[in-house]
Design a protein around this ligand. Sequence first.
Ligand code: ADP
Ligand code: MG
Length: 438
Amino acid sequence: MNSATTIWQAALGEFELQVSRPNFRTWFKDTTALAYDGETFLVGAPNAFVAEYLEKTQCSLIEKTLIGLIHRSVNVRFKVVWATDGETPRPGNDTAALYGFNPRYTFDNFVVGAGNRLAHAAALGVARHVAEATYNPLFLYAGPGLGKTHLLHAIGQEAVRRGQRPVYVSGEQFTREFVEAIRERRADDFRARYRAADLLMVDDIHAIGGKEQTQECFFNTFNELHNAGRQIIITSDRSPREMPLLEERLRSRFAWGLMADIQPPDYETRRAILLARAEDASTELTPDVLEMLAGEARHNIRELEGSLNRIIAYASLLRAEVTTELACQAIKDISPHTTPLTLGAPDLALKLVAQSFALTVDDILGRQRNKEIAQARQVAMYLLKQYGSQSLAEIGHLLGGRGASTVSHACEKISRDMEASPVFRRQVEDIRQKLDSK
Ligand code: ADP
Ligand code: MG
């Protein structure tokens, strides 16, 4: 054993005491000593990512530790020593695992289109300038399956690459941890963990709606970090205005920074996403199949991907080419065009509501919020719910990717409005009658 190795082993022992266990495991454990010439200490890292991280953030700890062991000044350098066990090293996966990011959710894999251009630009800007915290907080909102989590993980992974320490949590997990911390009287630990963040990322914040103590705690955490100039990024399935159970002061905090929504993808974006995903899976899609798929799933990219995955799995099971017939066969249980749920009554209901309000179906499915369109949309939700063949989530999905609770509020509101106004009641009942007679 040469002296470099001996010194490094002693140093590793020290690091193990000085950094947290996950940190040690992720960054230090697989390093080796390559050489020491009395001046420069060369450390071998298992991949470029670890080398970069150690160099950027741990250099002074490493130098201090080495000086303590060899009693003279030393320069530390890092070199990547690729794994030799035949496995291809995949830099970046460590970050993903350490912070809970999906390695696939990167900016590179995010297809930009009309509906998400602003959100994407904002996310990229924030990721590149975490330290400046220019847009603080960044509030991203969109219906399910439109890429909120993807963008959030992309920001996180980019920020880590730039030497920042994110804390990533879902609204649900934040609530759960908070409740546990209180029960076990560890509220200080809980707070300390969040206070140490260079950037705080909370996915699906709507989950804390209605939970007063959790909101209070989040409010304080938010303020502390915000005052300290730390970047905060929040996602939600709706805008703060549409979160009735959110405390007013949190709502106003969210409005301090930049809000960006993501609209359902247009045809071109759906097509581009499908092409990219097919390429990942080394599958060729014929123009027919591509057109069929892109033309179909409208409001949810997760479902779009789900259809594609099913087709790919089906084709590989049958060892067959992906033809239009095979694709139809594969997705016939999940495709909106072939299930009675979204054909038949819903389409008709939308058409009749649109007629009654002198609007178009596209108005109702769109994002405009003027009073008349909003009311027509709510009537559509109300009627679809009464039909009972779809869940609230499905109705919300059908009507432009809105959440189940939006649908539920809409239905309550329409009931109230019908109570209050006989004219309105008559209008809604007329639509229902027409619907029943078809
Ligand atoms: P949300 O958090 O809004 O419910 P996700 O971020 O989980 O949605 O996205 C659902 C799926 O769609 C993920 O697999 C994600 O990678 C994919 N996806 C969403 N938007 C895009 C996009 N613009 N380009 C490529 N894939 C996307
Ligand atoms: Mg999500």
